[in-house]
Design a protein around this ligand. Sequence first.
Ligand SMILES: [Fe+2]
Length: 300
Amino acid sequence: MAALIDTVTEAVVDARGVNSGVAPVTYGHGERPPRGDYAQARADYTCEQDWAAYSAADHDLYRRLYERQAAQLGGLACDEFIDAIGLLGSPAQIPRFDALSEKLQRATGWEVVAVPGLIPEEAFFSLLSRRRFPVTGWIRKPEEFDYVVEPDVFHDLFGHVPLLFNPMFADYMQAYGAGGLKASRLESCEQLARLYWYTVEFGLIDTPDGLRAYGAGILSSAGELRHSVTSREPQRLGFDLDRIMRTRYKIDSYQSTYFVIDSFKQLFDATAPDFKPIYERVAGLHELTADERLPTDRVF
Ligand SMILES: [Fe+2]
């Protein structure tokens, strides 16, 4: 789920006052230790993908995760995602980021870069604004096959990278990064994090064949993919930028509300204008819980 959660970080400064690396980033406000080796990261939080360090068991775990998800994409994932998933390469092993970047560069000018794990918001926004998508190097443990708290290489690659081959979505992601850099200065990161959550991670799209998933958090989840598209439990509401920015979200259960876009162009167009007046408008309204319903909601 990339970096858009509450994170704790500070620069590492050695005795001479020289910035000697980056501090680990931890998940949420809890006591969870950071996951990933931040000692090797550069100042922008990128690092080398240590591909040789993956074990046969790591590759096999990736293959099993990939195959479980790929088997249930039909009728649940959007066509743009299904059409591009093969570009990740063979599921038999964790992809090499440099080879994947060559393909992405040719398609949409994006590349994937390795990071040790969660990274701070500013670093995340900065990479996106330069069409560089940060992908966690490590893979979950076998006992985390069904659920992992922090995003790992499987979530980041399988969930996020296929849609970066789609030109409109690729442009949206860059615009999001640029908007994020601005939001950091305006202290509106929370509103922008909600937009990321309800689109990039948990977005649904309306198609002539019915609702389909395009959010990475859904597409990389064994259970939520079917739940988000077919369950009668959650509410599915039409995309509304102001409303999304007011709506809190759940990080420890399936979502109770999904927002539905009509097209990736709608998403790009809605997020193209300057967000500053929107932040100001939203700041004056009360926050909404994750499962609230408004009379103005367009319900699917
Ligand atoms: Fe993610």
